[in-house]
Design a protein around this ligand. Structure first.
Ligand code: ARG
Length: 596
Protein backbone atom coordinates (compact mmCIF):
# COMPACT_ATOMS: atom_id res chain seq x y z
CA UNK A 1 0.00 0.00 0.00
CA UNK A 2 1.36 3.39 -0.92
CA UNK A 3 2.45 5.47 2.04
CA UNK A 4 0.13 8.34 2.88
CA UNK A 5 2.78 10.95 2.39
CA UNK A 6 3.65 9.52 -1.04
CA UNK A 7 0.06 9.77 -2.17
CA UNK A 8 0.05 13.42 -1.24
CA UNK A 9 3.42 13.99 -2.78
CA UNK A 10 2.37 12.41 -6.07
CA UNK A 11 -0.50 14.88 -6.30
CA UNK A 12 1.73 17.86 -5.64
CA UNK A 13 4.46 16.63 -7.96
CA UNK A 14 1.93 16.17 -10.66
CA UNK A 15 0.71 19.72 -10.19
CA UNK A 16 4.27 21.06 -10.48
CA UNK A 17 4.67 19.11 -13.69
CA UNK A 18 1.37 20.26 -15.15
CA UNK A 19 2.40 23.84 -14.49
CA UNK A 20 5.58 23.26 -16.45
CA UNK A 21 8.03 22.87 -13.54
CA UNK A 22 10.27 20.02 -12.60
CA UNK A 23 8.20 17.60 -10.54
CA UNK A 24 11.08 17.09 -8.12
CA UNK A 25 10.07 20.38 -6.50
CA UNK A 26 6.89 18.71 -5.30
CA UNK A 27 8.44 17.01 -2.29
CA UNK A 28 6.00 16.85 0.63
CA UNK A 29 7.07 16.57 4.25
CA UNK A 30 5.29 16.37 7.57
CA UNK A 31 4.74 19.91 8.74
CA UNK A 32 7.21 21.34 11.18
CA UNK A 33 4.46 23.68 12.42
CA UNK A 34 1.65 21.24 13.29
CA UNK A 35 -0.30 24.15 14.75
CA UNK A 36 -0.57 25.61 11.26
CA UNK A 37 -0.95 22.59 9.01
CA UNK A 38 -0.34 18.85 8.74
CA UNK A 39 1.97 18.69 5.73
CA UNK A 40 3.96 21.15 3.73
CA UNK A 41 5.82 21.55 0.47
CA UNK A 42 8.61 24.11 0.22
CA UNK A 43 9.53 23.35 -3.39
CA UNK A 44 8.33 26.65 -4.84
CA UNK A 45 11.08 28.45 -2.94
CA UNK A 46 13.81 26.50 -4.70
CA UNK A 47 11.96 26.41 -8.01
CA UNK A 48 11.90 30.21 -7.95
CA UNK A 49 15.65 30.32 -8.53
CA UNK A 50 15.58 27.99 -11.50
CA UNK A 51 12.55 29.57 -13.18
CA UNK A 52 13.36 33.15 -12.15
CA UNK A 53 9.86 33.74 -10.93
CA UNK A 54 8.48 34.77 -7.55
CA UNK A 55 8.01 31.71 -5.33
CA UNK A 56 4.59 32.94 -4.36
CA UNK A 57 3.42 32.89 -7.97
CA UNK A 58 4.70 29.37 -8.56
CA UNK A 59 3.06 28.14 -5.37
CA UNK A 60 -0.23 29.73 -6.33
CA UNK A 61 -0.25 28.04 -9.71
CA UNK A 62 0.47 24.68 -8.13
CA UNK A 63 -2.16 25.11 -5.44
CA UNK A 64 -4.72 26.04 -8.05
CA UNK A 65 -4.11 22.71 -9.80
CA UNK A 66 -4.60 20.83 -6.52
CA UNK A 67 -7.80 22.55 -5.49
CA UNK A 68 -10.05 19.78 -6.74
CA UNK A 69 -8.15 16.82 -5.30
CA UNK A 70 -10.35 15.20 -2.70
CA UNK A 71 -7.29 14.27 -0.64
CA UNK A 72 -6.91 17.86 0.46
CA UNK A 73 -9.19 19.67 2.81
CA UNK A 74 -7.16 22.82 2.62
CA UNK A 75 -4.15 23.67 0.49
CA UNK A 76 -2.87 27.20 0.58
CA UNK A 77 0.08 29.42 -0.08
CA UNK A 78 1.82 31.18 2.74
CA UNK A 79 4.28 33.94 1.95
CA UNK A 80 6.89 33.89 0.62
CA UNK A 81 5.93 30.61 -1.10
CA UNK A 82 5.27 27.75 1.30
CA UNK A 83 2.44 25.40 0.47
CA UNK A 84 0.55 24.31 3.58
CA UNK A 85 -1.62 21.24 3.40
CA UNK A 86 -4.34 19.71 5.51
CA UNK A 87 -5.89 16.48 4.37
CA UNK A 88 -9.58 15.67 4.22
CA UNK A 89 -11.34 13.52 6.78
CA UNK A 90 -12.67 11.19 4.14
CA UNK A 91 -9.24 10.57 2.66
CA UNK A 92 -7.70 9.98 6.08
CA UNK A 93 -10.40 7.61 7.26
CA UNK A 94 -10.36 5.70 3.99
CA UNK A 95 -6.64 5.36 4.30
CA UNK A 96 -6.87 4.00 7.85
CA UNK A 97 -9.70 1.66 6.91
CA UNK A 98 -7.48 0.26 4.20
CA UNK A 99 -4.71 -0.18 6.71
CA UNK A 100 -7.09 -2.35 8.73
CA UNK A 101 -7.99 -4.44 5.71
CA UNK A 102 -4.45 -4.84 4.45
CA UNK A 103 -2.04 -7.15 6.16
CA UNK A 104 0.77 -5.70 8.23
CA UNK A 105 -0.63 -2.17 8.17
CA UNK A 106 0.00 -1.99 4.45
CA UNK A 107 3.77 -2.24 4.65
CA UNK A 108 5.50 -3.45 1.52
CA UNK A 109 7.13 -6.79 2.18
CA UNK A 110 10.65 -7.62 1.12
CA UNK A 111 10.36 -11.45 0.96
CA UNK A 112 12.96 -13.89 -0.37
CA UNK A 113 15.89 -12.06 1.12
CA UNK A 114 18.08 -14.18 3.37
CA UNK A 115 19.61 -12.27 6.25
CA UNK A 116 21.92 -13.57 8.95
CA UNK A 117 21.94 -11.49 12.12
CA UNK A 118 25.07 -12.08 14.18
CA UNK A 119 24.32 -10.85 17.68
CA UNK A 120 24.75 -11.70 21.33
CA UNK A 121 28.35 -12.82 21.04
CA UNK A 122 28.68 -14.19 24.60
CA UNK A 123 31.85 -15.97 25.59
CA UNK A 124 31.89 -19.50 26.93
CA UNK A 125 32.93 -19.87 30.58
CA UNK A 126 32.31 -16.21 31.30
CA UNK A 127 29.08 -14.88 32.79
CA UNK A 128 26.95 -12.44 30.83
CA UNK A 129 27.70 -8.92 32.00
CA UNK A 130 26.25 -5.52 31.19
CA UNK A 131 28.35 -5.37 28.02
CA UNK A 132 26.20 -8.16 26.63
CA UNK A 133 22.98 -6.26 27.13
CA UNK A 134 23.08 -4.05 24.06
CA UNK A 135 23.98 -6.69 21.46
CA UNK A 136 21.19 -8.90 22.80
CA UNK A 137 18.53 -6.20 22.90
CA UNK A 138 19.43 -4.50 19.63
CA UNK A 139 20.07 -7.73 17.73
CA UNK A 140 16.79 -9.24 18.82
CA UNK A 141 14.89 -6.18 17.64
CA UNK A 142 16.74 -6.02 14.31
CA UNK A 143 16.01 -9.71 13.81
CA UNK A 144 12.30 -9.26 14.56
CA UNK A 145 11.99 -6.23 12.29
CA UNK A 146 13.61 -8.12 9.42
CA UNK A 147 11.32 -11.09 10.05
CA UNK A 148 8.30 -8.81 10.02
CA UNK A 149 9.24 -7.85 6.47
CA UNK A 150 9.14 -11.54 5.59
CA UNK A 151 12.80 -12.05 5.02
CA UNK A 152 14.32 -15.40 5.79
CA UNK A 153 16.18 -14.37 8.92
CA UNK A 154 18.68 -16.43 10.85
CA UNK A 155 19.76 -15.13 14.23
CA UNK A 156 23.11 -16.62 15.22
CA UNK A 157 24.57 -16.20 18.72
CA UNK A 158 28.15 -16.70 17.48
CA UNK A 159 29.59 -17.97 20.74
CA UNK A 160 33.11 -16.96 21.66
CA UNK A 161 34.38 -20.48 22.23
CA UNK A 162 37.65 -20.86 20.34
CA UNK A 163 40.11 -18.29 21.56
CA UNK A 164 42.82 -18.03 24.17
CA UNK A 165 40.25 -17.78 26.96
CA UNK A 166 39.50 -21.46 26.43
CA UNK A 167 43.17 -22.32 26.74
CA UNK A 168 43.32 -20.33 29.97
CA UNK A 169 40.35 -22.08 31.52
CA UNK A 170 41.82 -25.45 30.56
CA UNK A 171 45.19 -24.50 32.06
CA UNK A 172 43.59 -23.51 35.36
CA UNK A 173 41.54 -26.72 35.46
CA UNK A 174 44.72 -28.66 34.81
CA UNK A 175 46.47 -26.82 37.63
CA UNK A 176 43.68 -27.63 40.06
CA UNK A 177 43.01 -31.19 38.90
CA UNK A 178 46.21 -32.57 37.37
CA UNK A 179 44.90 -36.10 37.79
CA UNK A 180 41.81 -35.76 35.63
CA UNK A 181 41.69 -38.32 32.83
CA UNK A 182 41.35 -35.45 30.35
CA UNK A 183 45.02 -34.63 30.89
CA UNK A 184 46.42 -38.13 30.83
CA UNK A 185 48.18 -38.84 27.53
CA UNK A 186 47.53 -42.56 27.47
CA UNK A 187 43.97 -42.62 28.81
CA UNK A 188 41.88 -44.98 26.68
CA UNK A 189 38.52 -45.10 28.48
CA UNK A 190 35.45 -42.90 28.43
CA UNK A 191 35.45 -39.42 29.93
CA UNK A 192 32.84 -38.68 32.61
CA UNK A 193 29.28 -38.13 31.33
CA UNK A 194 28.49 -35.63 34.06
CA UNK A 195 30.54 -32.45 34.10
CA UNK A 196 33.08 -32.31 36.93
CA UNK A 197 32.46 -28.60 37.40
CA UNK A 198 29.53 -26.18 37.47
CA UNK A 199 28.92 -22.89 35.72
CA UNK A 200 29.74 -21.03 38.91
CA UNK A 201 33.07 -22.87 39.05
CA UNK A 202 33.85 -21.71 35.54
CA UNK A 203 32.87 -18.16 36.33
CA UNK A 204 35.39 -18.12 39.13
CA UNK A 205 38.04 -20.00 37.16
CA UNK A 206 38.31 -17.70 34.16
CA UNK A 207 39.11 -14.48 36.04
CA UNK A 208 41.48 -16.42 38.25
CA UNK A 209 43.34 -17.82 35.24
CA UNK A 210 43.38 -14.48 33.50
CA UNK A 211 44.88 -12.82 36.57
CA UNK A 212 47.69 -15.34 36.62
CA UNK A 213 48.94 -14.05 33.26
CA UNK A 214 49.08 -10.40 34.31
CA UNK A 215 52.50 -8.85 34.82
CA UNK A 216 53.41 -5.65 36.64
CA UNK A 217 56.61 -3.88 37.61
CA UNK A 218 56.37 -4.84 41.28
CA UNK A 219 56.71 -8.51 40.47
CA UNK A 220 59.88 -10.49 41.05
CA UNK A 221 61.67 -12.11 38.15
CA UNK A 222 60.34 -15.47 39.27
CA UNK A 223 56.78 -14.28 39.42
CA UNK A 224 57.07 -12.85 35.93
CA UNK A 225 58.47 -16.11 34.64
CA UNK A 226 55.60 -17.98 36.23
CA UNK A 227 53.03 -15.69 34.61
CA UNK A 228 54.67 -16.09 31.22
CA UNK A 229 54.79 -19.82 31.59
CA UNK A 230 51.11 -19.95 32.47
CA UNK A 231 50.27 -17.92 29.41
CA UNK A 232 52.48 -20.02 27.16
CA UNK A 233 50.76 -23.16 28.42
CA UNK A 234 47.37 -21.62 27.77
CA UNK A 235 48.51 -20.85 24.26
CA UNK A 236 49.58 -24.43 23.78
CA UNK A 237 46.23 -25.66 25.11
CA UNK A 238 44.46 -23.44 22.60
CA UNK A 239 46.51 -24.96 19.80
CA UNK A 240 45.78 -28.50 21.11
CA UNK A 241 42.12 -27.65 21.25
CA UNK A 242 42.04 -26.30 17.72
CA UNK A 243 43.78 -29.47 16.56
CA UNK A 244 41.05 -31.37 18.43
CA UNK A 245 43.55 -33.21 20.62
CA UNK A 246 41.89 -35.97 22.59
CA UNK A 247 41.14 -35.07 26.21
CA UNK A 248 41.53 -31.33 25.65
CA UNK A 249 38.83 -31.30 23.04
CA UNK A 250 36.56 -33.49 25.19
CA UNK A 251 37.02 -31.26 28.21
CA UNK A 252 36.28 -28.21 26.07
CA UNK A 253 33.05 -29.81 24.81
CA UNK A 254 31.89 -30.20 28.41
CA UNK A 255 32.76 -26.59 29.20
CA UNK A 256 30.75 -25.42 26.21
CA UNK A 257 27.84 -27.71 27.04
CA UNK A 258 27.30 -26.46 30.56
CA UNK A 259 27.97 -22.84 29.63
CA UNK A 260 25.39 -22.97 26.88
CA UNK A 261 22.68 -24.33 29.18
CA UNK A 262 23.24 -21.38 31.45
CA UNK A 263 23.43 -18.85 28.62
CA UNK A 264 20.17 -20.10 27.13
CA UNK A 265 18.42 -19.60 30.43
CA UNK A 266 19.73 -16.07 30.76
CA UNK A 267 18.83 -15.05 27.24
CA UNK A 268 15.37 -16.47 27.76
CA UNK A 269 14.88 -14.13 30.69
CA UNK A 270 15.77 -11.30 28.34
CA UNK A 271 13.22 -12.44 25.77
CA UNK A 272 16.03 -13.15 23.34
CA UNK A 273 15.96 -16.24 21.18
CA UNK A 274 18.52 -17.42 18.66
CA UNK A 275 17.83 -19.64 15.66
CA UNK A 276 21.38 -20.90 15.67
CA UNK A 277 23.75 -21.65 18.51
CA UNK A 278 26.92 -21.87 16.48
CA UNK A 279 30.23 -20.64 17.74
CA UNK A 280 33.64 -19.59 16.51
CA UNK A 281 34.68 -23.24 16.80
CA UNK A 282 32.18 -24.31 14.14
CA UNK A 283 34.10 -22.37 11.55
CA UNK A 284 37.35 -24.27 12.15
CA UNK A 285 36.57 -26.84 9.47
CA UNK A 286 36.60 -24.11 6.82
CA UNK A 287 39.93 -22.62 7.78
CA UNK A 288 42.20 -24.82 5.63
CA UNK A 289 40.02 -24.46 2.58
CA UNK A 290 39.89 -20.72 3.08
CA UNK A 291 43.65 -20.36 3.41
CA UNK A 292 44.10 -22.53 0.28
CA UNK A 293 41.82 -20.19 -1.61
CA UNK A 294 43.79 -17.18 -0.45
CA UNK A 295 47.00 -18.85 -1.57
CA UNK A 296 45.54 -19.60 -5.00
CA UNK A 297 44.55 -15.98 -5.33
CA UNK A 298 48.03 -14.97 -4.25
CA UNK A 299 46.79 -12.57 -1.59
CA UNK A 300 48.18 -14.20 1.56
CA UNK A 301 51.78 -14.02 2.75
CA UNK A 302 53.88 -14.74 5.79
CA UNK A 303 54.79 -11.96 8.19
CA UNK A 304 56.65 -12.67 11.44
CA UNK A 305 55.36 -16.23 11.46
CA UNK A 306 51.75 -15.18 10.96
CA UNK A 307 49.77 -15.41 7.71
CA UNK A 308 48.30 -12.08 6.64
CA UNK A 309 46.37 -10.39 3.85
CA UNK A 310 46.81 -6.72 2.98
CA UNK A 311 43.54 -4.86 3.13
CA UNK A 312 44.66 -1.29 2.78
CA UNK A 313 42.92 0.81 0.15
CA UNK A 314 44.12 3.94 -1.55
CA UNK A 315 41.29 6.08 -0.26
CA UNK A 316 42.02 5.21 3.39
CA UNK A 317 42.66 8.22 5.55
CA UNK A 318 44.06 6.20 8.43
CA UNK A 319 46.25 3.15 8.27
CA UNK A 320 44.36 -0.13 8.06
CA UNK A 321 46.77 -2.89 9.14
CA UNK A 322 46.83 -6.25 7.34
CA UNK A 323 44.23 -8.80 8.34
CA UNK A 324 45.77 -11.63 10.35
CA UNK A 325 44.38 -14.85 8.93
CA UNK A 326 46.47 -17.22 11.06
CA UNK A 327 48.64 -16.58 14.08
CA UNK A 328 52.09 -18.07 14.48
CA UNK A 329 51.91 -21.85 14.45
CA UNK A 330 48.73 -21.85 12.38
CA UNK A 331 46.59 -20.97 15.38
CA UNK A 332 43.19 -19.43 14.68
CA UNK A 333 42.50 -15.99 16.11
CA UNK A 334 39.49 -13.68 16.22
CA UNK A 335 39.89 -12.65 12.59
CA UNK A 336 40.30 -16.25 11.47
CA UNK A 337 37.04 -17.36 13.01
CA UNK A 338 35.09 -14.39 11.67
CA UNK A 339 36.44 -14.97 8.17
CA UNK A 340 35.81 -18.69 8.21
CA UNK A 341 32.32 -18.06 9.58
CA UNK A 342 31.57 -15.85 6.57
CA UNK A 343 32.64 -18.73 4.33
CA UNK A 344 30.45 -21.11 6.31
CA UNK A 345 27.43 -18.82 6.10
CA UNK A 346 27.94 -18.37 2.38
CA UNK A 347 27.96 -22.14 1.90
CA UNK A 348 25.04 -22.85 4.24
CA UNK A 349 22.69 -19.97 3.50
CA UNK A 350 23.93 -17.87 0.58
CA UNK A 351 22.86 -14.81 2.55
CA UNK A 352 21.95 -11.55 0.85
CA UNK A 353 23.15 -9.77 3.93
CA UNK A 354 24.97 -10.47 7.17
CA UNK A 355 24.36 -7.92 9.89
CA UNK A 356 26.82 -7.79 12.78
CA UNK A 357 25.49 -6.23 15.97
CA UNK A 358 28.76 -5.67 17.78
CA UNK A 359 30.41 -3.05 19.98
CA UNK A 360 31.46 -0.16 17.75
CA UNK A 361 34.96 -0.32 19.24
CA UNK A 362 35.43 -3.42 17.09
CA UNK A 363 34.90 -1.51 13.87
CA UNK A 364 38.49 -1.80 12.67
CA UNK A 365 38.37 -5.56 13.10
CA UNK A 366 35.30 -5.73 10.88
CA UNK A 367 36.74 -3.41 8.26
CA UNK A 368 39.69 -5.78 7.99
CA UNK A 369 37.53 -8.90 7.98
CA UNK A 370 35.03 -7.60 5.41
CA UNK A 371 37.75 -6.40 3.05
CA UNK A 372 39.64 -9.63 3.40
CA UNK A 373 36.49 -11.67 2.77
CA UNK A 374 35.84 -9.72 -0.43
CA UNK A 375 39.43 -10.05 -1.60
CA UNK A 376 39.35 -13.78 -0.91
CA UNK A 377 35.98 -14.08 -2.66
CA UNK A 378 34.52 -16.18 0.15
CA UNK A 379 31.30 -14.18 0.01
CA UNK A 380 29.10 -13.52 -3.00
CA UNK A 381 29.98 -10.12 -4.40
CA UNK A 382 26.37 -8.97 -4.25
CA UNK A 383 25.95 -9.89 -0.60
CA UNK A 384 26.02 -7.07 1.88
CA UNK A 385 28.18 -7.16 4.99
CA UNK A 386 26.82 -4.68 7.50
CA UNK A 387 28.55 -3.62 10.67
CA UNK A 388 25.98 -2.25 13.10
CA UNK A 389 28.28 -0.95 15.80
CA UNK A 390 26.65 0.05 19.06
CA UNK A 391 27.78 2.59 21.63
CA UNK A 392 28.50 1.92 25.28
CA UNK A 393 26.06 1.92 28.15
CA UNK A 394 27.69 4.29 30.62
CA UNK A 395 27.18 5.05 34.27
CA UNK A 396 26.27 8.52 35.48
CA UNK A 397 29.99 9.37 35.55
CA UNK A 398 30.06 8.93 31.76
CA UNK A 399 32.31 5.86 31.99
CA UNK A 400 31.29 2.28 31.09
CA UNK A 401 28.73 1.12 33.61
CA UNK A 402 30.17 -0.58 36.70
CA UNK A 403 28.87 -1.94 40.00
CA UNK A 404 28.99 0.34 43.02
CA UNK A 405 32.27 -1.23 44.03
CA UNK A 406 33.69 -0.61 40.57
CA UNK A 407 33.49 -4.18 39.23
CA UNK A 408 31.89 -5.48 36.07
CA UNK A 409 28.20 -5.88 36.69
CA UNK A 410 26.58 -9.20 35.90
CA UNK A 411 23.63 -8.91 33.62
CA UNK A 412 21.48 -10.92 35.99
CA UNK A 413 22.07 -8.41 38.77
CA UNK A 414 21.32 -5.46 36.56
CA UNK A 415 18.02 -7.00 35.48
CA UNK A 416 17.20 -7.75 39.09
CA UNK A 417 17.82 -4.14 40.14
CA UNK A 418 15.56 -2.78 37.42
CA UNK A 419 12.77 -5.23 38.20
CA UNK A 420 13.09 -4.39 41.88
CA UNK A 421 12.71 -0.69 41.15
CA UNK A 422 9.52 -1.35 39.20
CA UNK A 423 8.31 -3.63 41.96
CA UNK A 424 8.66 -0.83 44.53
CA UNK A 425 6.57 1.43 42.35
CA UNK A 426 3.70 -0.90 41.74
CA UNK A 427 3.61 -2.32 45.23
CA UNK A 428 3.11 1.17 46.66
CA UNK A 429 0.07 1.82 44.61
CA UNK A 430 -1.56 -1.44 43.72
CA UNK A 431 -3.58 -4.02 45.54
CA UNK A 432 -2.27 -7.20 44.06
CA UNK A 433 -1.18 -10.62 45.08
CA UNK A 434 2.54 -10.87 45.74
CA UNK A 435 3.01 -13.34 42.93
CA UNK A 436 1.31 -11.08 40.46
CA UNK A 437 3.36 -8.09 41.54
CA UNK A 438 6.55 -9.99 40.86
CA UNK A 439 5.36 -11.19 37.50
CA UNK A 440 4.31 -7.73 36.41
CA UNK A 441 7.52 -6.13 37.68
CA UNK A 442 9.54 -8.55 35.60
CA UNK A 443 7.58 -7.80 32.45
CA UNK A 444 7.63 -4.05 32.99
CA UNK A 445 11.26 -4.06 34.12
CA UNK A 446 12.35 -5.73 30.91
CA UNK A 447 10.37 -3.22 28.88
CA UNK A 448 12.04 -0.39 30.81
CA UNK A 449 15.48 -1.75 30.05
CA UNK A 450 14.81 -2.49 26.40
CA UNK A 451 12.97 0.69 25.57
CA UNK A 452 15.67 2.80 27.22
CA UNK A 453 18.30 1.09 25.14
CA UNK A 454 16.46 1.03 21.83
CA UNK A 455 15.19 4.58 21.97
CA UNK A 456 18.78 5.73 21.49
CA UNK A 457 20.51 5.74 18.18
CA UNK A 458 22.39 2.46 18.03
CA UNK A 459 25.83 3.99 17.52
CA UNK A 460 25.48 6.45 20.40
CA UNK A 461 26.57 5.91 24.00
CA UNK A 462 23.91 6.38 26.62
CA UNK A 463 23.71 6.75 30.36
CA UNK A 464 22.09 4.11 32.49
CA UNK A 465 19.62 5.93 34.71
CA UNK A 466 17.39 3.53 36.55
CA UNK A 467 15.00 6.16 37.90
CA UNK A 468 14.43 7.66 34.50
CA UNK A 469 14.05 4.30 32.72
CA UNK A 470 11.48 2.93 35.16
CA UNK A 471 9.38 6.08 35.35
CA UNK A 472 5.75 5.68 34.31
CA UNK A 473 5.93 9.01 32.53
CA UNK A 474 8.03 10.26 29.65
CA UNK A 475 9.88 8.34 26.99
CA UNK A 476 9.95 5.03 28.80
CA UNK A 477 8.87 1.43 28.37
CA UNK A 478 6.54 1.59 31.37
CA UNK A 479 4.74 4.60 29.91
CA UNK A 480 4.15 2.78 26.64
CA UNK A 481 2.90 -0.30 28.46
CA UNK A 482 0.72 1.78 30.73
CA UNK A 483 -0.97 3.29 27.70
CA UNK A 484 -1.46 -0.06 26.04
CA UNK A 485 -2.89 -1.58 29.22
CA UNK A 486 -5.32 1.35 29.44
CA UNK A 487 -6.47 0.79 25.85
CA UNK A 488 -6.87 -2.91 26.46
CA UNK A 489 -8.93 -2.37 29.57
CA UNK A 490 -11.31 0.00 27.75
CA UNK A 491 -11.72 -2.55 24.99
CA UNK A 492 -12.27 -5.36 27.50
CA UNK A 493 -14.92 -3.36 29.27
CA UNK A 494 -16.68 -2.73 25.99
CA UNK A 495 -16.54 -6.30 24.80
CA UNK A 496 -17.78 -7.61 28.15
CA UNK A 497 -21.32 -6.61 27.33
CA UNK A 498 -21.39 -5.60 23.71
CA UNK A 499 -20.11 -6.73 20.40
CA UNK A 500 -19.20 -4.58 17.56
CA UNK A 501 -21.54 -4.48 14.60
CA UNK A 502 -20.12 -6.42 11.75
CA UNK A 503 -18.04 -4.51 9.22
CA UNK A 504 -18.06 -1.35 11.19
CA UNK A 505 -15.37 0.87 9.88
CA UNK A 506 -13.91 4.11 11.01
CA UNK A 507 -16.29 6.88 10.13
CA UNK A 508 -15.45 10.49 9.41
CA UNK A 509 -14.25 11.89 12.61
CA UNK A 510 -14.12 14.73 15.03
CA UNK A 511 -10.96 16.67 15.67
CA UNK A 512 -9.71 14.67 18.64
CA UNK A 513 -9.70 11.49 16.67
CA UNK A 514 -8.27 13.11 13.62
CA UNK A 515 -4.93 13.68 15.28
CA UNK A 516 -4.85 10.03 16.28
CA UNK A 517 -5.75 8.81 12.83
CA UNK A 518 -3.12 11.02 11.31
CA UNK A 519 -0.52 9.39 13.52
CA UNK A 520 -1.87 5.91 12.87
CA UNK A 521 -1.70 6.50 9.14
CA UNK A 522 2.04 7.01 9.43
CA UNK A 523 2.80 3.74 11.14
CA UNK A 524 3.61 1.82 7.97
CA UNK A 525 6.05 4.53 6.95
CA UNK A 526 7.76 4.38 10.34
CA UNK A 527 8.07 0.60 10.10
CA UNK A 528 9.57 0.76 6.64
CA UNK A 529 12.07 3.39 7.70
CA UNK A 530 13.12 1.54 10.82
CA UNK A 531 13.62 -1.55 8.67
CA UNK A 532 15.60 0.15 5.93
CA UNK A 533 17.77 2.10 8.33
CA UNK A 534 18.09 -0.61 10.99
CA UNK A 535 16.68 1.89 13.44
CA UNK A 536 14.37 0.52 16.15
CA UNK A 537 14.58 3.99 17.75
CA UNK A 538 12.10 5.20 15.13
CA UNK A 539 9.51 2.77 16.46
CA UNK A 540 10.25 3.88 20.03
CA UNK A 541 9.72 7.54 19.23
CA UNK A 542 6.60 6.79 17.25
CA UNK A 543 5.00 4.77 20.04
CA UNK A 544 5.76 7.51 22.51
CA UNK A 545 4.09 10.14 20.35
CA UNK A 546 1.11 7.92 19.70
CA UNK A 547 0.77 7.28 23.43
CA UNK A 548 0.81 11.03 24.11
CA UNK A 549 -1.90 11.66 21.56
CA UNK A 550 -4.03 8.88 22.95
CA UNK A 551 -3.64 9.96 26.55
CA UNK A 552 -4.69 13.53 25.89
CA UNK A 553 -7.65 12.23 23.90
CA UNK A 554 -8.51 9.99 26.83
CA UNK A 555 -8.53 13.00 29.16
CA UNK A 556 -10.92 14.88 26.87
CA UNK A 557 -13.32 12.30 25.57
CA UNK A 558 -15.61 9.88 27.35
CA UNK A 559 -14.96 6.91 25.16
CA UNK A 560 -17.49 4.38 26.45
CA UNK A 561 -20.06 6.70 27.99
CA UNK A 562 -19.92 9.55 25.54
CA UNK A 563 -21.43 10.09 22.18
CA UNK A 564 -23.27 6.88 21.18
CA UNK A 565 -22.91 7.68 17.50
CA UNK A 566 -19.16 7.58 17.76
CA UNK A 567 -18.89 4.55 19.99
CA UNK A 568 -18.50 1.84 17.36
CA UNK A 569 -16.10 3.86 15.32
CA UNK A 570 -14.06 4.62 18.43
CA UNK A 571 -13.85 0.97 19.32
CA UNK A 572 -12.48 0.25 15.87
CA UNK A 573 -10.00 3.06 16.35
CA UNK A 574 -8.91 1.72 19.73
CA UNK A 575 -8.59 -1.80 18.40
CA UNK A 576 -6.31 -0.53 15.69
CA UNK A 577 -4.24 1.37 18.26
CA UNK A 578 -3.97 -1.76 20.34
CA UNK A 579 -2.77 -3.68 17.32
CA UNK A 580 -0.15 -1.05 16.57
CA UNK A 581 1.14 -0.92 20.13
CA UNK A 582 1.29 -4.69 20.37
CA UNK A 583 3.07 -4.95 17.06
CA UNK A 584 5.49 -2.17 17.97
CA UNK A 585 6.52 -3.55 21.33
CA UNK A 586 6.84 -7.00 19.83
CA UNK A 587 9.31 -5.63 17.29
CA UNK A 588 11.20 -3.99 20.13
CA UNK A 589 11.27 -7.34 21.90
CA UNK A 590 8.98 -7.00 24.88
CA UNK A 591 5.38 -7.64 25.85
CA UNK A 592 2.65 -6.08 27.96
CA UNK A 593 1.12 -7.36 31.19
CA UNK A 594 -2.66 -7.70 31.50
CA UNK A 595 -2.72 -4.95 34.09
CA UNK A 596 -0.24 -2.75 35.87
N1 ARG B 1 32.57 -12.61 21.56
C1 ARG B 1 32.90 -11.33 21.06
C2 ARG B 1 33.29 -10.40 22.21
O1 ARG B 1 33.01 -10.69 23.36
C3 ARG B 1 31.79 -10.70 20.28
C4 ARG B 1 31.41 -11.44 19.03
C5 ARG B 1 30.82 -10.56 17.98
N2 ARG B 1 30.51 -11.23 16.75
C6 ARG B 1 31.44 -11.57 15.84
N3 ARG B 1 31.07 -12.20 14.75
N4 ARG B 1 32.71 -11.27 16.00
O2 ARG B 1 33.86 -9.37 21.96
Amino acid sequence: MDKLINILQDKVKNAFKECGYDEEYGKVITSNRPDLCQFQCDGALSAAKEYKKAPFLIAEEVVEKCKDCNEFERIEVIKPGFININISNSFLTDYCNNMIKEEKFGCIMEKDKTVVVDYGGPNVAKPLHVGHLRPAIIGESIKRIHKFFENKVIGDVHLGDWGLQMGLVIEELKFRHPNWDYFSEDFKGEYPKEALFTVSDLEEIYPCASKKTKINENMTKEEIEKANEFKENARKNTAYLQAKKKGYYDLWKKIVEISVIDLKENYKKLGVEFDLWLGESDSQKYVDKMVEKMKDLGIIYESDGAMVVDVEEESDETCIPPCMVLKTGGVSCYQTTDLATIMQRQIDFKPDEIIYVVDKRQELHFIQVFRCARKAKIIDENSKLTFLGFGTMNGKDGKPFKTRSGGVMRLENLIYEVNQKVYEKISNTKEMKEEEKIKISNIVGLAALKYADLSNQISKDYIFDIDKFTSFEGKTGPYILYTLVRIKSILNKFFENSTIKENVILEPIENEEKEMLLKIAKYNQVLEESYKENAPSKICIYLYELANIFNSYYQKVKILNGDKERLNSNIVLLSLMKEIFENGINLLGFEAPEKM
